[in-house]
Design a protein around this ligand. Sequence first.
Ligand code: HEC
Ligand code: HEC
Ligand code: HEC
Ligand code: HEC
Ligand code: HEC
Length: 220
Amino acid sequence: MKPTAKMIPLALVGLVVTGVVGFITIVLLMSWFSNPPFGLGNAPPQPIAFPHTVHAGSVETGGVGIQCEFCHRNVTKGAAATVPSVETCVFCHKQINPENLTGTTTVNLTEVQRVVDRFADGNPIDWERVHRLPDHVRFVHEAHIRFLTQGEPRMVDIPMGSGGSRQLPMPLAQACSVCHGDVAAMTEVQPQAGQSLKMGTCLDCHRQNNVATDCTICHK
Ligand code: HEC
Ligand code: HEC
Ligand code: HEC
Ligand code: HEC
Ligand code: HEC
């Protein structure tokens, strides 16, 4: 068949359709194997703008330098790391609040006041979950933290981030960043900033470290 001028719009439509379908396929593949692009997998905004930078960031970087486990108290002990209750916040914010911080300050006093108000009202802060595995999957922080932070000095292949050999044992805060990225440098924790926590990632690390990979270890 000889190409005619009429076929040009058709060819254009074909190109556009191919482009759109290709784009959707790429987004779906990324979401399936890794984290969705363009912030599609982001957590909804938190009820209070709590910056990890300010609290967990080192004193040299302008933070308070609070240890991760001061707030995530169960992380070395059990399955869930746990998110702190408002009582933990008020431990400091009964002093560090608009009433006491007079004069010029760079601290976001509106947000701090909301923390103090929540405590006074007795209302918990309903933090939005950032990382959540489906209900059929079991994950235990304690076992992973023990593996990364304890034992004899050794080099271990960890298939996360840029991958490669890592020196174990490592400090606790560094252990968190293996899976969550550098949270201390995040104003807002988002899964994209860390490692995708898909089954493939779990399996790769289990295989490389001779941990069982039976379905029943991770699936209830
Ligand atoms: C002063 C208390 C405090 C400290 C210190 C702290 N966190 Fe958090 N963390 C929170 C709160 C509150 C949330 C829930 C709100 C949010 O997601 O930002 C949270 C959320 C998180 C989440 C996301 C949880 C989810 O829903 O999936 C991770 C991961 C995390 N923190 C890791 C760390 C690491 C790693 C450190 C140390 C470098 C640390 N945190 C230090 C209070 C703290
Ligand atoms: C160990 C003490 C300590 C604890 C515990 C603590 N904070 Fe803070 N927080 C501080 C200090 C100190 C500042 C002010 C930092 C500065 O000078 O910039 C601050 C600042 C803030 C700010 C203002 C941030 C900004 O952008 O200026 C918010 C909001 C806040 N905290 C919320 C919380 C919440 C919510 C919790 C509990 C999950 C919490 N804090 C627990 C010490 C603490
Ligand atoms: C081996 C990977 C891995 C490491 C290392 C790790 N986490 Fe997690 N974390 C996860 C996974 C997976 C989830 C989601 C669990 C779920 O939904 O059941 C999670 C969820 C969380 C949560 C929210 C839910 C909860 O458990 O309360 C917090 C907070 C958290 N991690 C903090 C930390 C901190 C702090 C450290 C370092 C001390 C750390 N994690 C180290 C993989 C990891
Ligand atoms: C950095 C490497 C690494 C990654 C990533 C990892 N694991 Fe593990 N996991 C281990 C090691 C090592 C152990 C064995 C720890 C021990 O000696 O008890 C383990 C043990 C476990 C256990 C048994 C814990 C117990 O005490 O019953 C479960 C369940 C588990 N992992 C689930 C997961 C899931 C789900 C993921 C992905 C979200 C994951 N793991 C990612 C290294 C890893
Ligand atoms: C080391 C932990 C681990 C082991 C072992 C494991 N899984 Fe999974 N699996 C996960 C995690 C984490 C998810 C949820 C995240 C995701 O979808 O990738 C998951 C999701 C799934 C899903 C749902 C797929 C989806 O995308 O929702 C199926 C089906 C599944 N696993 C089957 C299996 C079978 C069959 C085995 C044994 C051959 C197995 N898994 C072994 C961690 C594991």
